[in-house]
Design a protein around this ligand. Structure first.
Ligand code: AMP
Ligand code: MG
Length: 398
């Protein structure tokens, strides 16, 4: 039976509609929160800075006292020390990050001071507030700092730490099972015999998930319906998402689709997409399932286009589409057919893109050479100088 190819946008809409966000939450140390989704709005428990502090090495003064300069140095305040109130008619030697002594209203940078023994002269004008970082000028106590659902990035963990927060309440990290299928697969690091190939999809998929802050469980299954059924069922029983590679095409040894149809439901199969036509999506019992193609480049592309946004939906995010930019093709391509195409390209600083010479879906080196995917819509000819929607790996891998 020849079934019609589903357009990419339709398939994505159907797949995203099936995503049920994870509702379970847990408290984790911030060192274990990278890539996790915040499960509640986060409010500042303190002001940042906590108190007025000094932005320059110099002298803290009360500007009202400057007419009486030179002023005697009455105390020395380094970062980490507490300050005494500023003695009337004096100044304080002060360093970046130190608290401003009560009574001072400006810091004069040392390059604008003339020091004579234990007195200081201020030959330039000084404005109240100069070189003082005000308490709460970055974040005010009680203010909302990050919204529920925000995916925690390294800078956010820094922000949490700056608020004194050692733990955060996040959406429970996803449990993802990756299954490489194929009788030909051999684990890297062991000798290869005739007929076999190394399993590149397994390690690549695990690493793609690591990039999204998810530790996946990986296993391998043969092209055998009984073993596949048992393995898929076991994986689905404990995972939030099952991802396979291989065995979803139209060959006699491609059993994965039938197993999923037997154990649950096949909802999407065969896309108008190149590479990635055999992509399958469905569920095993109640667990969502992606059957990615076997060809490694098709795995890479379909992961970016479908698995990544689906995972973000499971994590509770609304906005799941990657940012793209318009780049100028340095190449020409004859008119494409009904299949939307994703080329492995390298984006240069002049906003031009060059395509890897071999766009075959088995050529994984194209993905290491490239730094972006460029989309060619269906039935479109590309002339040199045309602009194409381009998706940077740096965006797709976060
Ligand atoms: P399939 O869809 O199972 O027929 O696989 C399509 C192509 O991808 C075949 O050449 C397979 O050998 C290859 N392939 C399948 N799984 C993997 C894998 N895990 N790593 C590398 N290549 C694979
Ligand atoms: Mg196979």
């Amino acid at each position: 039976m020849k079934s019609a190819l589903t357009p990419v946008a339709d398939a994505l809409a159907r797949i995203l509609a099936a995503a049920q966000p994870i509702t379970a939450t847990e408290q984790r140390p911030i060192a274990e929160c990278l890539g996790c989704a915040l499960a509640e709005d986060l409010h500042a428990p303190i002001n940042v800075p906590f108190e007025d502090n000094c932005a320059m090495d110099g002298y803290a003064v009360c500007t009202g006292d400057l007419l009486a300069a030179p002023l005697a140095i009455s105390q020395r305040i380094a970062a980490g020390q507490a300050a005494e109130p500023l003695a009337l008619g004096s100044c304080a030697r002060i360093f970046t990050g130190a608290p401003i002594p009560p009574g001072a209203d400006a810091v004069v940078m040392q390059e604008q001071c003339e020091r004579q023994d234990d007195h200081v002269q201020f030959p330039y004008g000084v404005t109240p507030g100069n070189n003082i970082r005000r308490a709460g000028s970055d974040l005010k106590k009680g203010e909302r700092v990050l919204a529920c659902g925000h995916l925690l990035q390294p800078q956010d963990l820094g922000l949490l730490a700056s608020l004194g927060l050692g733990r955060a309440t996040v959406v429970r990290p996803l449990r993802v099972a990756i299954i490489s299928t194929g009788d030909e697969l051999t684990a890297p690091g062991t000798p290869l015999s005739s007929g076999k190939i190394y399993n590149s999809n397994g390690p690549m998929l695990c690493a793609l998930l690591t990039k999204l802050g998810i530790t996946a469980r990986h296993s391998q299954l043969p092209d055998n319906p009984q073993a596949l059924r048992k393995g898929l069922q076991e994986a689905a029983a404990t995972a939030d998402l099952v991802i396979t590679s291989g065995g979803v095409s139209v060959g006699e040894e491609d059993h994965v689709k039938q197993c999923v149809a037997d154990l649950g439901e096949l909802m999407v199969w065969k896309l108008a997409l190149k590479p990635g036509k055999p992509l399958a999506f469905g569920r095993i019992a109640h667990t969502p399932f992606f059957g990615l193609p076997g060809n490694p480049v098709a795995v890479f592309v379909t992961f970016m286009l479908f698995v990544r946004p689906f995972i973000k939906r499971l994590q509770g995010l609304r906005e799941v589409q990657p940012l793209s930019l318009k780049a100028r093709a340095n190449f020409a391509r004859p008119q494409s057919n009904i299949r939307e195409e994703y080329l492995r390209v390298r984006l240069q600083n002049d906003n031009s893109i060059t395509a890897y010479p071999d766009q075959n879906s088995g050529v994984l080196s194209s993905t290491s050479w490239a730094n972006a995917l460029a989309r060619i819509p269906p039935h479109t000819q590309v002339n040199k100088g045309d602009t194409l929607d381009t998706f940077l790996f740096s965006e797709l891998l976060t």
